[in-house]
Design a protein around this ligand. Structure first.
Ligand SMILES: [Zn+2]
Length: 85
């Protein structure tokens, strides 16, 4: 079950890399956009900056082997939390 969406790319996760208190990032990387949780998504500004770079670079997956065959960028972007758009 998806309980958290990447602040940069909107990818859904079944656990939060920011911890149960939403304040304890684990500094792993988003499978999709490669954002380092706790660093690249620290603030709305940093999330937007990483997103712009990622999109400009072709929106490729950080771990290409995890990319679903039917993956589409645009629907996923709609899941970015409002505060980080
Ligand atoms: Zn992401």
């Amino acid at each position: 079950m998806i309980i958290w969406n990447c602040r940069v790319c909107g990818l859904g996760y079944d656990e939060s890399p920011w911890g149960v208190d939403d304040r304890t990032p684990d500094f792993t990387f988003c499978e999709c956009c490669g954002a380092e949780f706790g660093y690249n998504d620290y603030s709305p500004e940093s999330a937007r900056r990483h997103r712009a770079n990622w999109l400009e670079g072709g929106a490729s997956w950080h771990y290409p082997n995890l990319k679903p065959l039917d993956w589409r960028l645009e629907p996923q972007l709609t899941f970015i939390p409002d505060r980080y758009r």
